[in-house]
Design a protein around this ligand. Structure first.
Ligand code: SF4
Length: 312
């Protein structure tokens, strides 16, 4: 297989690195699949492949897990060629043929639609993504796929949560598993527990034939870039902070937020008793951090709030 041939060009140190990294990614993907019951016996998983590092990694890890999984599931890789100028049409078919995996390349000129509808200089991603989703849902139906797998990872999910908080006024991230907008498919994100830094390293070691994502000429989303930079700065200053945030996303306490739809604050009376630790829940404790050594102090939390104010 071509990917095997490519990894033969690695030094023995790089091969060891790749083996360790691959094991770690397999473990993370396996955990996410189990935690959210993402894949069941008999499933046909449509893996959406964009040509970026994340979707290559997703396909690669799912193919490995398929070999050792105690259940049977099928994989079909799908790429949507959106007819962006300069899209290298032969890269994905060659790569997928070398993997001996079922695949389908869909050609739909969504690029022309986006160019026609969106004035020059405006961001095109929103319409482009909507059109892409519609095509992918249609193809999932044609292929009788039971699940649609996307390559979003842990950092995408955290960035989305911060974006929604800063700019959308919502405490909302990117779910690991959901029902598609048209109500017809289950969408899964098996890389939910994988760090972007590890996926970058994995893509380099695996020498995936990356297709650049800026062929459409769209400007990068500056708000997301700013959030990413902010999170990376936090990570440098306070290691463990990002892990803690992701753990927090899995430990939501509705009674200690302010959403009447999630928690019935109106009916609280003195007879309700202490709810979820009451006010004690605000005190810093080792439980609040991923590891005691990385527990952010109250003062650090205040500093963090100042950071947010400055960036906003
Ligand atoms: S970067 Fe280009 S291809 Fe990607 S979603 Fe935006 S407009 Fe579409």
């Amino acid at each position: 297989m071509a990917s095997t041939l490519l990894t033969n060009t690695l030094t023995s140190q790089q091969k060891t690195q790749l083996n360790k990294l691959e094991k770690r990614l397999r473990r993370h993907v396996g955990q996410a699949i189990a935690q959210y019951n993402m894949i069941e016996d008999g499933d046909k998983i449509m893996v959406c492949l964009s040509g970026g590092k994340d979707s290559y990694a997703l396909l690669s890890i799912l193919l490995i897990l398929k070999e050792s999984a105690p259940i049977h599931f099928d994989i079909v890789a799908v790429n949507l060629d959106q007819k962006q100028p300069g899209f290298p049409e032969d890269v994905l078919p060659n790569y997928l043929a070398s993997l001996n995996v079922d695949y389908k390349i869909i050609e739909e000129d969504t690029y022309a639609i986006v160019k026609e509808k969106i004035p020059e200089g405006k961001t095109t991603c929103s319409l482009c993504s909507r059109l892409r989703r519609a095509v992918l849902y249609r193809v999932a139906k044609e292929l009788n796929a039971t699940k649609i797998a996307l390559g979003h990872h842990r950092d995408d999910m955290i960035e989305t949560m911060m974006l929604n908080m800063f700019y959308g006024g919502k405490l909302k991230a990117m779910p690991a598993k959901l029902v598609s907008d048209n109500g017809e498919h289950v969408v899964i994100r098996p890389l939910a527990f994988c760090k972007e830094s590890e996926l970058i390293q994995y893509a380099e070691l695996k020498q995936f034939p990356i297709i650049p994502c800026n062929l459409c000429g769209s400007q990068p989303n500056l708000q997301r870039q700013n959030i990413k930079q902010m999170l990376n700065d936090w990570h440098d200053k306070f290691p463990g902070r990002i892990e803690s945030m992701f753990t927090a996303m899995q430990n939501v306490v509705p009674s200690h937020l302010c959403d009447n739809n999630l928690f019935d604050f109106k009916t609280i009376t003195v007879d309700s008793g202490v709810i979820n630790g009451g006010d004690v829940a605000f005190d810093p404790s080792d439980d609040l951090a991923v590891t005691p050594s990385t527990a952010p102090s109250y003062h650090q939390d205040n500093a963090q709030q100042l950071d947010i104010v400055e960036i906003k």
